[in-house]
Write a protein that binds this ligand. Structure first.
Ligand code: MF3
Ligand code: CO
Ligand code: CO
Length: 270
């Protein structure tokens, strides 16, 4: 049933049909194309507001809409989270600096379906410690996705991500979670990135949700800046995040937001 979520409340886990998969495939591809398109533009000296403008124009040119403009008072097409910013960084005029690590998170709506994805980008020459954080965070996302299959639970995803992070002495942010999505941007189920195997709802074919772990070099604690959006690490340690939108299938899952250009993780150019 694809339309039930129009009436369901946010706690209902919607089971989608083949038309839902088709809708999410198209929306997810457009979101991933935005991140591909931006890769060559991420350079020292470029202001993040310029990346936001490029993303907005690209989405509109493909017949999509930004899901984040007008979302709870947000007014940009991207979240741009630099260095110790965990997530929800607001694009602005400050130029990117050599050595920065940047997360770009984009959510588009295409034909009523939401595609939500984020990746890390390296600005110029990035120190090894930061590149290692970025690599381990990508691995954590993919290890979480391996657990996304029928019969497993939401907790299996979180437990696998947490195990990988802590094995490498990284912390997992608890204040933000993955989320169900489809015709709505944020809905059930809540996808924790740390937890106990077997906990939470069981995964069933037709469930759509994001997995979007945020890993820190230091402590997990977060705080929100006075702008009401920007989440930063309290200890100002570096933070990284990757996000995919997926759908549970009969024997595993489909990743809706895979990079069409093969730009899965940095470095994106040789
Ligand atoms: N794309 C983010 C997520 O992964 C949400 C951004 S909401 C915004 O769920 F308003 F900050 F853009
Ligand atoms: Co999301
Ligand atoms: Co997102």
């Amino acid at each position: 049933m694809t339309d039930i979520d129009l009436d369901a409340d946010d706690r209902t886990i919607v089971i989608h049909d083949e038309a839902g998969f088709a809708g999410m495939r198209a929306a997810g591809k457009l979101a991933a194309e935005v991140l591909d398109m931006l890769a060559p533009h991420v350079r020292p000296g470029v202001p993040t507001i310029e990346l936001d403008r490029l993303a907005y124009e690209y989405v509109v040119s493909k017949g999509g809409v930004s899901a984040t403009i007008f979302y709870r008072g947000y007014s940009h097409a991207l979240c741009t989270s630099i260095n110790h910013v965990i997530c929800h960084g607001i694009p602005g005029p400050k130029p990117l600096q050599n050595g920065d690590i940047l997360n770009i998170d984009v959510t588009v709506v295409l034909d009523g379906w939401h595609g939500d994805t984020s990746r890390m980008y390296l600005v110029g020459d990035v120190p090894l410690k930061a590149r290692r954080l970025v690599d381990l965070t990508y691995e954590a996302l993919m290890i979480g996705i391996e657990q996304a299959k029928p019969g497993n639970s939401v907790g299996d995803i979180g437990a696998a991500i947490q195990r990988h992070a802590e094995k490498h002495r990284l912390s997992v942010v608890r204040d933000f979670c993955g989320h169900g999505l489809g015709r709505r941007f944020h809905m059930a189920p809540n996808i924790v990135h740390a937890g106990r195997a077997g906990d939470g709802p069981e995964l069933r074919p037709g469930m759509f949700f994001t997995i979007e772990p945020m890993l820190n070099l230091g402590r997990a604690d977060a705080k929100i800046l006075d702008d009401g959006w920007t989440a930063v690490t309290r200890d100002r340690s570096l933070s990284a995040q990757f996000e995919h939108s997926i759908g549970i299938t009969e024997d595993g899952c489909e990743i809706f937001t895979l990079s069409p250009g093969g730009l899965h993780r940095p470095p994106y150019a040789g």
